[in-house]
Design a protein around this ligand. Sequence first.
Ligand code: FRU
Length: 520
Amino acid sequence: MSSYLDAARPETVPDATSRFRPAIHFAANDTWLNDPNGLVFHDGLYHLFFQNNPYGNVWGNMSWGHATSRDLLHWTEHPVAIASDEREDIFSGSVVVDHANTSGFGAANAPALVAVYTSAYKTGSEHSGTQAQSLAYSTDAGMTWQKYEGNPVLTRNSPHFRDPKVFRYHGDQGAYWVMVAVEAQHQKVVIYRSEDLKCWNFLSDFGPANADAGEWECPDLFPLPVDGDPDNIKWVLIVNVNPGAVAGGSGGQYFIGHFDGARFLPEAGSLAAPAGLASLPDPAARAAALRQCLWLDWGRDCYASVSFSDAPDGRRIIIGWMNNWDYANELPTAPWRSSMTLARELRLTTVNGSARLTQEPVLPEPAANEQMNAGTFELRNSAIRLPDAVPGSAHIIAAEILPGSAERLVFRLFGSSDGSKGTTLSYDAASAQLILDRRNSGNTSFHGKFASVETAPVDLEDGVLKLLIVVDHCSVEAFVQGGKVVLTDLIFPETETRENWLSTDGGSATILKLAVSTLS
Ligand code: FRU
């Protein structure tokens, strides 16, 4: 695809940091990426569009890159789908399949894919200083895109109105399109309605509420059955916030409630601070309430998570950007920079009487290449060595453990043989917390905010801790208690630190299951 900026595209440069390139997570071949955009399943293919700088490996020239996959694990990158031009950058948004051809861009038997994206207007363009919502459409199943000549289709003359997520709503008044977007600096989700994707009418807004210390970005709104019961549907509103997330910097929070076709009504139980944390004058109360908000992820590196349109079998699958704006532009990789989280299937599960999200990573069934399968045994103030990290593969560690009298269980990942280096993922019995410590994980010096320790509350179930840990070349994703708690962090280990260990301190734990498999 040619563009006015083509001359600026760098020559292909060797991948100096290929050892960090993920084995099972999507990264662009030789450029920068941020948010997942336009996630849609169509004709057997999952499309992942993404915020992309086609000309470099820092944020800029924002365009929609494009990749496709049949299994959400193996991705093929395609040419840029919607490119930045002299007038506008192409900020985040979504794609819908216009099955009923409401837009007229397709035909009844050949629906168009319609992208609803944010036009971030450049200085000197006709809408300079504003962000507004625009359309592009594809009549060749997502491979090439035309901008709609009537753009923008929705403006508020606002400088921070962005990130439209559109879905088809079926209610008492029939079917129509609903858009959730943000007034980022007012911590508001704004909700609009359309019959044809071109003409939009305001319905309502939501916020500020809960975590509101930073801009609200990339919202999503969808229904899910509670505990699989089709007669008990609740709505989930995802709101990403930057900065001000629970682990610092960027992160994703969610609310549970009801959507009546016009308004989102949160359940009281999902509101830690109904008017927003900023309304709480006492810093200690604010810090406590921050941890009571509902978090998609307790780690540093899961942001801008949004879900697929039209996923098969009514599944609700999200992908996040595995990064944090605190240091995103400085990650020590080149020429590519940044990757996505694994795709994660969402469900609503009753936890202590309230509906809460669980996340299950999309992995092949059965887990690929089993390296170890041990259980049941006692581990008393001692350690067991797990298979070493292997270049080219990700490791999947599945464990079920009765912590018993142990004060701490510690997984040391990408560790050195003398035990001084590595990323530790621990369960601390006294505080009932999962703790990820990446201060000795390898290269942490590229940014002052990278060396960090993250914590998440974990309730044992019948005394058991269940963990699914996915370790790729530069990331750790921990899914705890069936995905009720998720923690994602980037790491940049040294070449020679490859040992993985599980140990206990201060008592004896029973390992009920410990299986390790690799996936390349
Ligand atoms: C979130 C975000 C969005 C915006 C995009 C620009 O990371 O700031 O709000 O649309 O990135 O790249």
